[in-house]
Design a protein around this ligand. Structure first.
Ligand SMILES: Cc1ncc(COP(=O)(O)O)c(C=O)c1O
Length: 393
């Protein structure tokens, strides 16, 4: 069984399982199946597998299990189930836990694919969805009742960086017997406060800060052993959303450097936000734990830093914004975030293009909004790049 370590050490050693060869670097068990010494042993394992016994990689695999143990315990949770992507994790957790007639209360500022799973898929199967302004505690209080089965939210919303008072939402949900499931993609595992604030389940898109270098897709659902090895494992192992052992192996190696990377990126994001305050070509530069953020005090009370993404709003609408984006030389135009390479995204025409205009207006996804995912380049180079691109507008 894995030992308890301090957080930084947990990322390097947590969950390690060594083979009989005593390898230093984690082994990659790139196998679908496992051999049994006897027919009786096979029968026994199908009746009940022990913690270090596996049947088939869709159910579990030693490399994947190392990753699940290492990251879920780092986040404060008892257990985790690793999935093929962040969305496989979101869909798997929600579908495993909900049934027809259940009621979900969710923040309205949700990533498009999460909204699709909630409204289009779960809605089709008779789950009721109520969306609220996640920044408004009174709206949560009014919407959550004894009928609520589950509360779903992004701790920091993508792309507008809304911050939710998570402790308040968890307390309200628990008073009514509802589970809280947090999508923690933007908060980052390093600055996650889902467990500390009382969230029953946290979902990490490991595609983002765990991989951190724009290579692998993955996701992790964290929670109590009862939920993870109960309904969640049962649903995902039968429906095929498990993580591949190769992804788990690259993630294990990436976890070793995650704190170093994410802390550096978060400090750079804060510095860029500070430098851009009051810039003549911008209406706003926002980062969750920078004092210019509308929910600064809530953000600060929950976490040391607000992730690795900031937003800026360029004056002059889409034409000016496109001029700015096209003039960038260090930052690349793309739609992912949490890469080692700085990425600039124009949500209104890419990631959130399909939202109706009134929904974009309600969420603050304006034509001038740029989401900046800060990478590991020199922060001075990134700042100089943004300034020269703004000069071109
Ligand atoms: C908030 C949020 N949740 C979930 C996801 C899905 O993650 P993945 O791309 O790993 O499926 C994303 C991806 O951008 C996201 O931003």
């Amino acid at each position: 069984m894995p030992k308890k370590f301090t957080k930084a050490t947990q990322l390097v050693h947590g969950g390690t399982r060594r083979s009989q060869y005593g390898e230093v670097s984690e082994a990659m068990f790139l196998t679908q199946g496992f051999v049994y010494a006897t027919a009786e042993e096979a029968e026994q394992r199908f009746i009940k597998s022990g913690d270090d016994e596996f049947i088939y990689a869709r159910y579990g695999n030693p490399t994947v299990r190392m990753f699940e143990d290492r990251l879920s315990q780092y986040l404060g949770y008892e257990d985790g189930f690793a999935c093929a992507s962040g969305m496989a994790a979101v869909n798997g957790a929600l579908t495993a836990l909900l049934k027809a007639g259940d009621k979900v209360v969710a923040s309205r500022a949700l990533f498009g694919s999460c909204l699709y799973v909630l409204e289009d898929i779960l809605g089709r199967f008779g789950v009721g969805i109520t969306l609220v302004d996640g920044t408004d505690n009174a709206a949560w209080d009014a919407a959550i009742s004894d009928d609520t089965t589950l509360v779903f939210l992004e701790s920091i919303s993508n792309p507008t960086l809304e911050v939710i008072d998570l402790r308040h939402v968890c307390d309200t949900a628990h008073k009514h017997g509802a589970l809280v499931l947090v999508d923690d993609a933007m908060a980052t595992p390093v600055f996650s406060y889902a467990h500390a604030c009382g969230a029953d389940l946290a979902i990490i898109s490991t595609t983002k800060h765990v991989d951190g270098q724009g290579r692998m897709l993955g996701g992790l659902i964290c929670g109590s052993k009862e939920l993870i090895r109960g309904p969640i494992e049962t649903y995902i192992k039968h429906t095929g959303g498990a993580m591949s052992p190769f992804t788990a192996w690259t993630h294990l190696k990436a976890l070793e450097t995650m704190e170093l990377r994410v802390r550096a990126q978060a400090a750079a994001a804060h510095k860029i936000c500070e430098t851009l305050q009051g810039h003549a070509k911008l209406t706003a530069a926002v980062y969750p734990t920078h004092k210019a953020h509308p929910q600064y005090s809530v953000a600060k009370s929950q976490s040391e830093a607000g992730g690795t993404v900031l937003t800026i709003e360029v004056k002059g609408g889409q034409a000016a914004c496109f001029k700015f984006l096209n003039a960038l030389e260090v930052a690349t135009i793309s739609n992912n975030f949490a890469d080692a390479k700085t990425i600039a995204t124009h949500p209104a025409t890419t990631t959130h293009q399909r939202l109706p205009q009134e929904q974009k207006d309600m969420l603050g996804i304006t034509d001038g909004l740029v989401r900046f995912s800060v990478g590991l380049e020199s922060v001075d180079d990134i700042i100089a790049d943004i300034k020269q691109a703004l000069d071109a507008v």
